[in-house]
Design a protein around this ligand. Structure first.
Ligand code: FAD
Length: 402
């Protein structure tokens, strides 16, 4: 325990309890504050205590690095089969904005078996330097050799910030690297900013089930690492006249680092457009009543050329696979049109879709929270509303009714 209460000084005003983000971490006993095992030593109470009765013992970081040795903001460019994941250009755009504020350069790391053709494009999206690691061992993303290569790059070039897309591969990769190099990692950020004085990266992400936004710092270790949710940052407009340097890096990673082998890659069949790329999304929730309800959702989505989304309640019930889930623990989407059918509008669902350009909600409960974010609300049974909506949309699109 590194938080101490001076019982003589404590007046029992309970301001420390009000300031504490962790319920039950401070309790009152005989009008004196007591720290429990739920305390995380965050220090929020120390600043609030009007009598100075609280002392938070600062623990020295024995693995702190010399911050001045580190420079530049890097983005990991995720590619598969020689094609860049669009999320990488979003984080590269963010790296560009942050680097311009700090007056430093932007580095982009691309690893693969054939990636040379990508370097010009990466520079056009904002990189000053591209670190290219090319070898047959990197043909498919594989945690062990990729980690070895990135750790070697970090040790040689020492970036002060390193960003990844919060994709399946990005989440796997970033966490392994952070452990190897003894630094912090904030997962799933929705906002990044810089304190220009300390050069600390302010990494903001939803916490406590999306009820608060936490801003996390990594003040004593480098690089500062974060994964960033797809679709929350904007790529910059590519400029093919931009110039940059390509640095070829030879990693010591080899076949002997492959502890798992990819035998086959099977693409799942998608009957509607991919969720992340769709301009139109029709999503279904528990209000569908049963898994067959998704046939109605799919039918409407296909009619208007959209993708099919879902709430977590329906995914948890096994009605639809997880890759359709929208929300805090699913995908973040930003289509031009989002139609929510039988979805209540829990905060965790809203976290993944509330920045959509236009939101239409269909719900039989006029008090459903989804109506608070909806541009257009239709109160009614979705099984009555959707056929009418579909027929009207078909007319508007000049399609045959079916
Ligand atoms: P419900 O809340 O049960 O709502 C069903 C709605 O359908 C109701 O509003 C009802 O009025 C309406 N309805 C019923 N019948 C009809 C009908 N015939 N016609 C029209 N309307 C009808 N949820 C997500 O969606 N995505 C996430 O990523 C996510 N992450 C989470 C992470 C955490 C840590 C936690 C704790 C929760 C998370 N959740 C997430 C779950 C979330 O809190 C809700 O439980 C979930 O979104 C509810 O799904 P729903 O709206 O489909 O169901």
């Amino acid at each position: 325990m590194s938080v101490w209460i001076n019982e003589e000084e404590c007046t029992g005003c309970e301001m420390c309890i009000d300031s504490c983000p962790y319920p039950g971490a401070i309790v009152m006993e005989d009008d004196v504050a007591k720290i429990t095992e739920k305390c995380t030593s965050c220090g929020a109470c120390e600043e609030e205590c009007p009598t100075g009765a609280i002392t938070v013992e600062k623990v020295e970081d024995t693995k702190a690095v010399n911050l001045e040795d580190y420079e530049g903001i890097w983005a990991y460019i995720e590619q598969r089969g020689g094609k860049v994941n669009p999320t990488s250009y979003e984080i590269l755009g963010e790296a560009r904005r942050l680097a311009d504020q700090l007056g430093t350069h932007v580095g982009a790391v691309v690893i693969g078996s054939e990636v040379s053709h990508l370097t010009d494009e990466i520079i056009s999206y904002g990189a000053d330097k591209v670190y290219k690691v090319e070898d047959s061992v990197f043909e498919n993303y594989n945690t062990d050799p990729y980690t070895k290569a990135m750790v070697e790059l970090i040790q040689e070039y020492k970036p002060e910030i390193l960003l990844f897309g919060a994709t399946f591969d990005g989440r796997d990769f970033a966490s392994r690297i952070a452990v190897r190099i003894d630094t912090g990692l904030t997962a799933d950020c929705t906002e990044l900013s810089i304190d220009p004085e300390t050069r600390n990266l302010e990494q903001t992400r939803p916490a406590f089930g999306g009820n608060i936004m936490a801003t996390i710092l990594c003040p004593t270790r480098r690089p500062q690492m974060a994964t960033v949710r797809p679709k929350v940052m904007d790529a910059i407009e590519p400029d093919s006249s931009r110039e940059g340097e390509v640095i070829e890096f030879n990693s010591s990673a080899s076949e002997s680092d492959l502890r798992t082998k990819i035998l086959d890659i099977v693409e799942y069949a998608v009957e509607t457009e991919k969720l992340e790329d769709a301009d139109i999304i029709v999503s279904g929730g528990r209000g569908l009543g049963n898994p067959d309800g998704f046939e109605t959702i799919k039918d409407l989505a296909q009619t208007i050329g959209g993708a099919m989304g879902a709430s977590r309640a329906t995914v948890d019930a096994g009605w639809i696979p997880h890759h359709h889930q929208v929300g805090q623990t699913g995908k973040t989407v930003k289509p031009k049109l989002y139609i929510a059918c039988g979805i209540s509008g829990a905060i965790q669902h809203l976290a993944g879709m509330q920045t959509s350009d236009t939101i239409v909600a269909i719900n039989k409960d006029p008090e459903a929270p989804i109506f608070e974010v909806a541009d257009y609300g239709i109160v009614g049974d979705l099984y009555e509303v959707i056929p009418i909506l579909k027929a009207e949309l078909q007319k508007a699109l000049g399609k045959e009714a079916g």
